[in-house]
Write a protein that binds this ligand. Structure first.
Ligand code: ADX
Length: 383
């Protein structure tokens, strides 16, 4: 089995025997409110998906990651994982101190041992992490909304988020590793997505699956842009697709409790590292991975892997060029395999798809499977 990034699969969930005691202690601590991204990040730190991180980043980690895409110990890590102090109340608190972490519903979900409070420059942070400080970029919007004063330190977690009514698909890195073991899969490719799986996605998955033992469909379930399709509707699409078009023996579906950053290339590296922690050996990176608008070049998220030595990333990226249905090839193809012109290719942008759905138009079978289209059409008809 592939090792966790850094060698040890972290576990920051409080042992069951100590849960009640920690909950009681937390009740009397100062409180730090988590936003939606931080709530999901906390779960990923707790279950080991963010290994080797054991908490939210301190200044040295934050600076090192932004500057060199590596942690201070040299381990590859491309993006900050931070906890913002949304009010000034704790910003001048003497460190170290313990604080309770409270989710959006007011539940105490963990405790942080705050080692450091620091403020980063917003523009430098945005330009390093996102390659832009344009307000229209959702990641810049996030920095502006929550600010850049951070509390860094290790966490201990009481509860990790779950995805009702799809809890049975909430597999932690330990559980996916057990699943792969049970299935006898030695090579496993993961697919990150924030969209319904259309024919182009399915094509990448099936091409990659030809060369590995098993496949993990791993949709991001945390916060996405407001115009992305909601996670529970997407889950229905994945289940329908799995039932009709994927062999159960070789394809698993599990939720990925992660909030999109839309950081393009740097996020592709983060996505890969996290999937290594889930036990995957391969990871698909197609066109404009984790991109938004026109901030990143179509294949920047592939090129960035060249900035890491082979031994720095144990998981292997699997690159794909822009894929589509070609009427003359009479099947799925890519820029690499199809000699025909644009006029023969069925490709719909996300915006175009939304437009068609809003207008009650049917999505073509060359673009998406009917079983998936029906779920989306129903969703838009009732939205
Ligand atoms: S992402 O933000 O999660 O990357 P999306 O769900 O659209 O967005 O894509 C999931 C994966 O499929 C990414 O690796 C992306 O690069 C790839 N991908 C999406 N559409 C295509 C396409 N038409 N051709 C090639 N790769 C694609």
């Amino acid at each position: 089995m592939i090792p966790a990034h850094g060698g040890t699969l972290i576990d920051r969930v409080v042992p069951a025997a100590k849960r009640a005691e920690l909950a009681q202690i937390a009740a009397d601590l100062p409180k730090i409110e988590l936003n939606s991204r931080e709530t999901t990040d906390l779960g990923l730190i707790a279950n080991g998906a963010m290994s080797p991180l054991e908490g939210f980043m301190t200044r040295a980690e934050f600076d090192s990651v932004l500057k060199s895409m590596r942690l201070p110990n040299g381990l590859a890590w491309p993006l900050p994982v931070t906890l913002t102090l949304k009010s000034d109340a704790l910003a001048s608190h003497a460190v170290p101190f313990d604080a309770a972490l409270v989710d959006g519903d007011g539940n105490v979900v963990g405790v942080i041992h705050v080692e450091e409070i620091f403020t980063a420059d917003l523009k430098t942070t945005a330009e390093s992490a996102l390659a832009t400080s344009d307000d229209a970029h959702p990641g810049v919007g996030y920095l502006k909304e929550f600010g850049t004063t951070y509390a860094g330190g290790k966490v201990t977690v009481l509860d990790v988020p779950s995805h009702a009514p799809f809890e049975e698909y909430d597999l932690s890195p330990r559980q996916t590793r057990e699943l792969f073991e049970r299935n006898g899969w030695r090579t496993i490719c993961a697919f990150q997505t924030r969209n319904p799986i259309h024919r182009a996605h399915e094509y990448l998955i099936k091409c990659a699956l030809e060369t590995v033992d098993g496949f993990l469909i791993h949709p991001a379930m945390g916060e996405t842009k407001s115009d992305d399709i909601p996670a529970d509707i997407r889950m229905q699409c994945y289940l329908a697709l799995g039932k009709h078009y994927f062999p159960e023996k070789h394809v698993a579906l599990s939720t990925f409790p992660y909030a999109m950053r839309y950081a393009g290339p740097r996020e592709a590296i983060l996505h890969a590292i996290l999937r290594q922690n889930y036990g995957c050996t391969h990871f698909i990176v197609g066109r404009d991975h984790a991109g938004v608008g026109n901030y990143y070049g179509t294949y920047d998220a592939q090129h960035i892997f060249l900035e890491f030595r082979k031994e720095e990333l144990a998981i292997e990226p699997v690159f794909f060029e822009h894929s589509f249905f070609c009427k003359r090839c009479e099947g799925m193809a890519s820029q690499k395999t199809c000699p025909h012109g644009q006029e023969d290719r069925v490709f719909l942008s996300g915006t175009k798809v939304r437009e068609m759905l809003v207008n009650g138009e049917k999505l073509p079978g060359e673009f998406t499977r009917r079983e998936v289209a029906e779920i989306l059409e129903r969703h838009y008809a009732t939205a």
